[in-house]
Design a protein around this ligand. Sequence first.
Ligand code: KIV
Length: 280
Amino acid sequence: MSIQADARRITAPEIQARKGGEPIVSLTSYHAHTARLLDRHVDLILVGDSLGMVMHGLETTVPVTVEMMIVHGRAVVRGTQRALIVVDLPFGSYEASPTEAFHTAARVLKETGAGAVKLEGGRRMAETVRFLVDRGVPVMGHVGLTPQAINTLGSFKARGRDDAEASIILDDARAIAEAGAFSIVLEAIAEPLARRITEEVAPPTIGIGGSPACDGQILVLEDMLGLGDRVPKFVKKYANLGPDIETAVATYAEEVRARTFPAKEHTYAPRLVDKPAKAS
Ligand code: KIV
């Protein structure tokens, strides 16, 4: 058996061991080229099912399929060498039973080369998380605002802002932690709740609208780059690429119409071939 000298990737147990330590830096990515740019700077890249809305123009993440996750997951794994790659299990591919979840998770890990999966839900998913972890699948949990449940939640608003809802989300996080999740995403929840969960549960918490109290942070890359039209309150725009892209495209269109692009430097000249000397 040969041993491959592969580049060393961050593992799920290494992320788990970062509880309370240096903040865990995470972003989403859906393609090889952005993943390559992220790889040196982040610890974890999530191939989130938000790709359905961001890349495919869907209204919600509900229609996203396992095949879509695999295509994008593979691209991100190919574009990276160092970060832990986590792929979301999409709605309808894991909730029915732990066995269904295992088949989907195993397929995702085998066909993408990712190091872990993420699934949404608290107490109702605890048995499934335990089942997967016991069978060699590292699982990232996701509680608070869980976008796959949009049809029962009714809106994308923040969660856990009153005591009753906060206590449900706290119990959800505890259940997923006890079931063996290596980390838990806390999405769009009130600050005191994020702090309490982070203090109480053993795995690191990764906030997206979860406040600085979390053990790490994640954002959707396109949102923080200024490519999204409507972004939630918790997004900080670190760039404004939307207008930059539009300016570039408008300039290109003008130049093509004015025949100033392509210029000489973008044009191939004929290859000069030495003519054979004439026989005298
Ligand atoms: O799908 C996604 O991008 C996510 C993040 C919002 C955490 O789940």
